[in-house]
Structure formats: structure tokens, C-alpha cells
Design a binder for this molecule. Structure first.
Ligand code: SF4
Length: 611
């Protein structure tokens, strides 16, 4: 099964279509892996994230658009303005399927337009349309204007005003609902003066054996629905109370793991008070996308969905805010401006801790009382960050850069890995996740990571790797590191194929799905190898851009124990982390400096020359 690649050069206006060899499609399976393959060929260490030569790659996966549960996803990749390394972020919804229906597996955009523009893709008809009038408008306004012109059924990926302003943690929003949130991909769009990509496809997605695929769907749909009831009812917000009870709900900038206001932020509370309907991604029966509407202290329209777990914890417990209306308003504002809610929440929590400890004063914050728990301050700060006003200008650079400007001493409050702010999963609850943050090619990232608490009563999916006993979530030994290597490779593969991690497909099901779509007669080990190839190639790109092993680390805060709560005294010591890192390098076939060996590259069929 060959692939189709659409090249768009915004500088020269050249548009061309190429085939992607079947061998490459099979080795990378689309998504993150295919993007890493092209980024490794199109960039060198002198290309900066916001240079026009930096490619922006939208890639569907082998599974995208196949209509199995979880197949409505795609990946966006580039060199990140937040980390200066490879980044890839995956989004659900309908945009990925529409790319596939338009006939493309991958879209590579290079160059930059001189004025604000958008790209219109209607099957083979691809146009670059200059439109300065959309510049500076909110994502809602741009979404409405484009739909007025091209009809309601188009699918729209866009950066917001934050991306136009090159804020390094701006995101790409799809149909105002689904986000490629991490890594600052919105700023890469903004640097190209590319406000949106509008897609309408009319082709059928190619499937080799439709009857087989339909049988897999039919045989599994009941189990998938029955095993996802909490997700369907509450969305990802359903995990708030469970994490709080375990002592791992990130609170007050990761100082604590239990939040006294958790109940007000729970999925149950959100659903009962503010959810008016549930939406879904293409082909998915789980429907885990709730939509909120509020007409009260805050007015929140249903146009921007509802906050997911990461957003609730980032703008809520992390900032000690227990006002769900304010969190919903913050979610709406981040969508309108095009800001990643995870990084935004981390930046605000960092600023609150700086304020409480005297590193910022009212004079610095333009009179905002920036204390933990001040929900109005949280909402005001989102406006200031997006508009780069006052203190917002410094905070719009992300916690790493902000700490360098405000006071080097505030590095202790800057929760990031390689410049990317931490997702809302506490490493002192999930030790494997902590190691995963440290070594991920995309900085602190939960997407291709391991949630240790899934395996502390039953090894579940880990049985596929020969692990038949449960593992304590708060342990980081060789066995845990081995589990992370294999499980994370699986998740990297899922982000290549691009299949949603929430859908409880078994490994066997996934092999069958790939076979039905491609007739490749694959197996589980080939799929794991795809994941290892993708993460190793991403690491190669990073090493050639200057990555050093000392950057594979965690913020110091996690080597200090919690002083109270169910996780009292839990910490990941530096020695423990360094030992686990060494094991990780060995198990991945990297040398003692974390550089993939020649033999490893050969075994993964990676053709990469370090500069
Ligand atoms: S489980 Fe949720 S996020 Fe995943 S594909 Fe289904 S609706 Fe989308």
C-alpha cells in the first residue's frame, strides 16, 4: 500500500503530489514516524523552529479514517519552538480522516507566505489563499468565516492569535474541538503566516479487506463500549477524584498531590452542572467529548467543547482554583487564542508560586493579586499571556525562559523537561511516567508514556511483553524500565498508525486491523519495532540538534518527598532516575551518552548520519 504526499511551498507557491514508497509506509506507518522520517531529511541543526525552512507536517496514519473505534486521529510534527527539538502532537476529531478522504497520507508545508493566508484542499484542488482580514481574529471568528464561505462540512485546522504572535506553546485547533496541543505547533504555523488549513475530501479511504475490518468492528464493539463507560459518561475528567484519592492530583504547581477542592473539579460535577451533550471523533462509539455551556458568573459558549482532564488539572488544582466555571472559561479562552492549556496552566502556576514567594510583586503583575486559588487572576492572566501584555509578555515565553528572565532562583518552580511544561500526571505517583518524561524525545509528554497505576493490580497489557505480575506504581527498577521501553514503543507505534490510546483494543485486535487495512500480514513485534524506530529517529534528530544526556532529567521538585497525603515520603531520587536512565539507554540500544549505536540504527533500518 503506497502513500500519497502533498508538498506545499508557501514561499515559491509550488504545490506537488508524490507517492510514498510502500516500504517507507510500512516502516513508519504514518503519523509521528513518517513525520520524523521527513524531518530527518529536511532539516539540519542550523534550521531554527521559526525559520521558514522548518517543515510543518500533517500526517494521517495507516489506521486513520478506517472507521474502527479510535481511527479519527492524525499527527502534526515539526521542530518545536518550545524545546528546539523534534515535536509531534496528535489530535482527534475529523480532520485526519478528511485529509485521507482528500487522498493524502501526509502534507508537508515549507516556506512562508508574506501575508496571512490559508490553504484550501478539495481533493486534487489545492490553493494558497491570501486573506489578511483573518489576521488577529479569534479561532471562533475564523472558523465561522471559513464555514460561511465553504460550507459547514469542511474541516479546519488553525492556529489562533497566539500562534500568529509566535507564542511557543500555542497549539493547533481543529474544528474548535480537537487540539494538537503540545510543542508550539501553532507558532510554527504562525511563522509561515499560515492561519488555517481547510480540507474537504470526497474519496473513499482505501481498505484492502473491508469484510474482515467490519467483522473486527462487529466482534468488538460491545466490549469497547462496556469497558469505556466512565469515559463515555464523564470524558477524561472522570479521573480527577481517583487521582486525588491516590494522592497524585497535581496541586499548587506540583507542591502537593491532594486538592481540597477536587470534588468541585470532578467529572461528575462538570457533567451534572454544565454538560449539555457529548460528541465524538470519527467512527468512535465511546463519545468521550463532552460539551459545556454556562450562563452564570462566567458565560461559556458550547462552541469550544468542555475542558478535558489535563485542562481541569492545569487551570484548576495546579493553580489551586476550585471554580469549575473559571476553568471552563479558561478552556474557552485558550481555544479562542490557540494556547495549549497544559503549558498555560503550568506557566500560571509557576507565576503564582513566584508571587507567593516574593519573586513577583503587584507592580510586576499590574496589580493582579497572583495568589494560588485566585480564579479571576488565572482568567486575567490567560488574556495577558495571549496578548503579551505586561507580565504576560514574559510568561508567554514558557516557564523555562520566564525563569531565566524573572530570577534564575525561580528555576525551582519551573516544571518542565527540555523546555516543555509538565502534563498533569504526578511522577511521584507514577515513577515509570517520571522516567518517561525525562527521556521522551518531545520533552515532558504523557502521550507515549506509561501510566504505572494501570498495572499496579494487574499487569494487563504488559503480558504482551512477558510481564505476568503486577508492578508497584512507585518503583523504578530494571523491570519497570523494561516495561516502559516496550509499552512506550507500543504507544509510539499507536501515534504512527494513528490510533487513539483510550480505545481498549487488544494487541491482537490491532494486528488484525492493520492486516485488514493493508494486507501486510504483520505481527505484534513488527508494530513494536515501528514504535522503536519512530522514537529512536526522533532522538537522532534531537542529538544532531545538540541534545545532551543531562537534559534527560526531571525537575528537582520530584526528588523531594510529599510532606502529607497518601504519597507522603514518596520521591524519585536523582540516583534512582540516573540508574533507570542508564538501563533505558542499554535496553534501547543507545550508548552511555544516550546516542543510538550504529548497530541499533541498522537493526531498525534507520538511515541517519549524525552531523
Ligand atoms: S475515545 Fe474519545 S478521544 Fe478517543 S477516538 Fe473515541 S471519542 Fe475520540
Amino acid at each position: 500500500m503506497k502513500g500519497k504526499l502533498l508538498w506545499i511551498n508557501l514561499t515559491t507557491k509550488e504545490i506537488k503530489i508524490e507517492n510514498i514508497e510502500e516500504k517507507i509506509m510500512r516502516q513508519y506507518m504514518g503519523g509521528r514516524g513518517l513525520s520524523a522520517y521527513y524531518i530527518s531529511r529536511l532539516t539540519n541543526s542550523s534550521i531554527k523552529p521559526l525559520d521558514k525552512e522548518n517543515p510543518l507536517i500533517f500526517s494521517s496514519g495507516i489506521v486513520t479514517g478506517s472507521s474502527v473505534a479510535g481511527s479519527g486521529r492524525h499527527s502534526i510534527a515539526s521542530i518545536s519552538p518550545l524545546t528546539n527539538y523534534f515535536t509531534s502532537s496528535e489530535a482527534g476529531g475529523y480532520f485526519g480522516t478528511e485529509i485521507k478522504k482528500a487522498g493524502y497520507d501526509c502534507i508537508i508545508i515549507i516556506g512562508a507566505n508574506s501575508k496571512m493566508c490559508y490553504i484550501l484542499i478539495q481533493d486534487d484542488n489545492v490553493e494558497i489563499i491570501q486573506d489578511e482580514s483573518i489576521e488577529g481574529q479569534s479561532t471562533i471568528e475564523v472558523d465561522e468565516r471559513i464555514r460561511e464561505k465553504y460550507g459547514k462540512s469542511v474541516h479546519i485546522a488553525q492556529c489562533g492569535p497566539a500562534g500568529e504572535k509566535l507564542i511557543p506553546y500555542s497549539c493547533v485547533t481543529h474544528d474548535l474541538r480537537s487540539f494538537a496541543g503540545r510543542g508550539g505547533l501553532g507558532a510554527v504555523m504562525g511563522s509561515k503566516k499560515l492561519r488555517a488549513i481547510v480540507v474537504k475530501g470526497t474519496n473513499k479511504v482505501k481498505i484492502k479487506n473491508n469484510d474482515y475490518l467490519n467483522k473486527i468492528k462487529k466482534d468488538n464493539i460491545k466490549d469497547i463500549i462496556n469497558n469505556s463507560t466512565s469515559l463515555t459518561k464523564y470524558g477524561t475528567a472522570g479521573i480527577v477524584m481517583g487521582l486525588n484519592e491516590l494522592g497524585g492530583l497535581p496541586t499548587r504547581n506540583f507542591k502537593e498531590g491532594v486538592f481540597e477542592g477536587a470534588e468541585k473539579l470532578s467529572g461528575e460535577s462538570l457533567t451534572e452542572k454544565y454538560i449539555i451533550k457529548h460528541e465524538t471523533c470519527y467512527g468512535c462509539p465511546i463519545r468521550c467529548k463532552p460539551v459545556a455551556e454556562i450562563n452564570d458568573k462566567y458565560v461559556v459558549s458550547s462552541k469550544t467543547g468542555a475542558p478535558e482532564y489535563e485542562t481541569i488539572a492545569a487551570l484548576g488544582s495546579l493553580c489551586s482554583v476550585d471554580d469549575m466555571q473559571a476553568v471552563c472559561k479558561g478552556n474557552e479562552l485558550c481555544t479562542e487564542y490557540g494556547l495549549d492549556t497544559i503549558s498555560t496552566g503550568c506557566v500560571i502556576a509557576y507565576a503564582m508560586e513566584c508571587y507567593e514567594n516574593g519573586y513577583l510583586t503587584k507592580k510586576d503583575t499590574q496589580n493582579i493579586e497572583l495568589k494560588f486559588g485566585n480564579s479571576e487572576a488565572m482568567v486575567k492572566l490567560i488574556h495577558k499571556i495571549a496578548n503579551q501584555e505586561g507580565i504576560g509578555k514574559i510568561l508567554s515565553k514558557g516557564v523555562k525562559e520566564a525563569a531565566a528572565i524573572i530570577d534564575e532562583d525561580t528555576n525551582k518552580y519551573a516544571m518542565h523537561v527540555k523546555g516543555q511544561e509538565l502534563p498533569l500526571h504526578e511522577p511521584r505517583l507514577k515513577f515509570g511516567m517520571g522516567l518517561g518524561y525525562a527521556i521522551s524525545p518531545t520533552g515532558a509528554d504523557h502521550q507515549h508514556n506509561m501510566h504505572d497505576t494501570d498495572f499496579d493490580e494487574d499487569p494487563g497489557f504488559l503480558k504482551n511483553f512477558g510481564i505476568f505480575e503486577s508492578m508497584d506504581a512507585q518503583i523504578l527498577n530494571c523491570k519497570k524500565t523494561y516495561a516502559l521501553v516496550e509499552y512506550s514503543s507500543w504507544r509510539h507505534f499507536l501515534d504512527c498508525a494513528v490510533l487513539c490510546h483510550f480505545v481498549p483494543w487488544s494487541a491482537r485486535n490491532v494486528v488484525e486491523i492493520i492486516d485488514a487495512i493493508t494486507d501486510w500480514k504483520t505481527n505484534f513485534y513488527e508494530l513494536i519495532k515501528v514504535g522503536k524506530r519512530a522514537s529512536t529517529l526522533a532522538r537522532c534528530i534531537n542529538i544532531s540538534r545538540g541534545l545532551k544526556p543531562e537534559e534527560d532529567t526531571l525537575p528537582k521538585r520530584f526528588s523531594n518527598p510529599f510532606l502529607k497525603g497518601p504519597l507522603k515520603d514518596k520521591k524519585i531520587t536523582n540516583e534512582n532516575l540516573e540508574q533507570a536512565k542508564k538501563s533505558y539507554y542499554v535496553l534501547m540500544g543507545y550508548d552511555e551518552n544516550g546516542i543510538p549505536t550504529k548497530e541499533t540504527l541498522a537493526s531498525l533500518d534507520i538511515d541517519f548520519k549524525f552531523q
